[in-house]
Write a protein that binds this ligand. Structure first.
Ligand code: FAD
Length: 435
């Protein structure tokens, strides 16, 4: 049994027995108690943890099985990362139709959280592009799950199913053609939340990708100010540059205290807001740093110190979004406990394929908070009340502390989903929100 921070937020800490998997054709190894598949640990809280139990480490299942450069169909083992996929397919003109803010996630993890990117309004979430996968259950049975033939519901239960229905051993994905490796990017500084919503509405029909950074410490008339970024794939250019080097920087050690604190946050947010003097800029950028800006700093999560940090990501439905986001930002600004990275984006209305998928119509806000103990936990409870009142939902992949009643209200299919649980699989998250 080893105790360390298995999740990206390094909170909570949990002890696990770890078993590394390397062969998709082999049976699951024996384990006592319960087990949980584990991808690359890029979930922030306890949805990738199983305290006191076993983690089935799937990262070793990293072989490509097949790729058809005519159709863009890819089959690979579930521990393959999105970065590994793109390194093979992008030079052949194929990219992921949906990619989250880091490429360091596995296909199994992307399926289990039905992850989303900056183009949900156009392309939905990861599960919309999964054609099929194999599910290995703890009793040794194997099930082929197909998007187009899911009468028994195993596909819908496993997409967004938090790793609880069994181990995904391999998957088939439909990639998308891209004209090249560049994006035409426009960055617009805006002064209020109202402007964010207006820019989102205007950009939905014209731009495939959009996202905003918010200065979460600004208050009063400046509440909700930030930068809106929108982009489209650029036509192929003859002078396209090779992708930038994978990692230039690293946080080499964990500092004794968080470097993210009240002293550093306010100037960072203000400087970031004023980093671009012009109100509107246009540029052409390589798509990899655009989609995964933090991947160039290895172990950046260490800057939060030994106590780790919590991410808070919620979605509010359209009718409650503007008022609800204003209330959330007001509460955060009053607390002084801000975030380096406050991200706001608009989801589209494509119905999710997963029974427990997080993406749904509305506006999603994501913030990181240093773990200051009671102070931050109380703030997050105040934020929960705003999300609950607005009929919103919190994202399990980012969560380490939501209450069971919040989960059960926001994910009303959780009981129907329970029928698909593997009886020997469990997680810290699942026990917390259902028991
Ligand atoms: C910097 C950063 C940016 C991010 N940006 C986004 C974003 O924009 N959008 C978004 O949606 N998410 C985002 N995330 C969250 C991340 O995409 C998800 O948490 C993702 O699921 C992590 O995948 P993983 O391979 O690390 O899996 P883990 O975190 O190890 O596990 C995640 C879940 O997948 C299950 N699982 C893993 N492998 C398998 C398998 N083979 N079979 C069955 N279940 C399995 C686990 O049991 C667990 O429930 C971000 C995370 C980081 C660190």
């Amino acid at each position: 049994m080893r105790a360390d921070g298995d999740s990206w937020g390094r909170y909570p800490r949990a002890g696990h027995t770890r078993v590394a998997l390397h062969d998709r054709l082999a049976a699951l190894p024996g384990f006592s108690g319960t087990a949980l598949p584990y991808g690359n640990g890029r979930s922030y809280g306890d949805s990738c943890q199983n305290p006191g139990g076993t983690l089935l480490q799937a990262r070793g299942l990293d072989r490509f099985i097949g790729f058809d450069p005519q159709s863009g169909r890819l089959q690979c083992e579930a521990g393959t990362t999105l970065e590994e996929i793109v390194s093979v397919t992008l030079p052949q003109g194929w990219f992921l139709p949906v990619t989250p803010g880091t490429s360091q996630v596995t296909v199994g993890g992307a399926i289990a959280n039905d992850v989303h990117g900056k183009n949900h309004h156009r392309c939905g979430s990861f599960g919309h592009h999964v054609v099929a996968f194999e599910l290995l259950r703890s009793d040794g049975s194997r099930r082929l799950c197909q998007a187009e033939d899911d009468a028994d519901g195993w596909f819908a239960a496993t997409v967004g199913g938090l790793g609880l229905t069994g181990l995904v051993t391999w998957a088939e994905l439909q990639l998308r053609r891209v004209p090249g490796t560049s994006l035409e990017v426009e960055n617009i500084r805006f002064g209020s939340l109202g402007e964010f919503f207006a820019l989102s509405r205007a950009s939905a029909p014209t731009h495939e990708y959009s996202v905003a950074w918010i200065d979460c410490l600004a208050s009063g008339p400046r509440l909700g100010r930030g930068h809106f970024t929108r982009a489209n794939h650029a036509p192929q250019r003859t002078d396209e540059r090779p992708p930038p080097p994978r990692r230039r920087l690293a946080m080499p050690f964990t500092p004794p205290v968080s470097l993210v604190n009240r002293l550093s946050l306010r100037p960072f947010n203000a400087l970031y807001y004023w980093r671009q003097p012009a109100r509107r800029t246009r540029s052409v950028a390589h798509l990899l740093p655009f989609f995964h800006p933090l991947d160039s700093i290895a172990h950046w999560n260490r800057m939060y110190g030994p106590r780790g940090f919590l991410q808070y990501q919620c979605v509010l439905p359209p009718a409650a979004a503007q008022e609800g986001v204003a209330a959330l930002l007001g509460e955060i600004a009053r607390s002084g406990q801000g975030s380096f990275l406050a991200v706001l984006k608009q989801f589209g209305d494509m119905p999710a394929r997963g029974m427990l998928s997080f993406p749904r119509p509305g506006t999603t806000l994501a913030l990181d908070f240093p773990n200051t103990g009671t102070a931050v936990l109380e703030l997050l409870q105040r934020l929960d009340r705003i999300v609950d009142a607005g009929g919103g939902a919190l994202y399990p992949a980012k969560d380490a502390r939501m209450a069971g009643h919040s989960f059960q209200r926001a994910y009303p299919d959780w009981q129907a989903f329970s029928r698909y649980l593997d009886p020997r699989f469990s997680s810290g998250f699942w026990r917390r929100v259902t028991e």
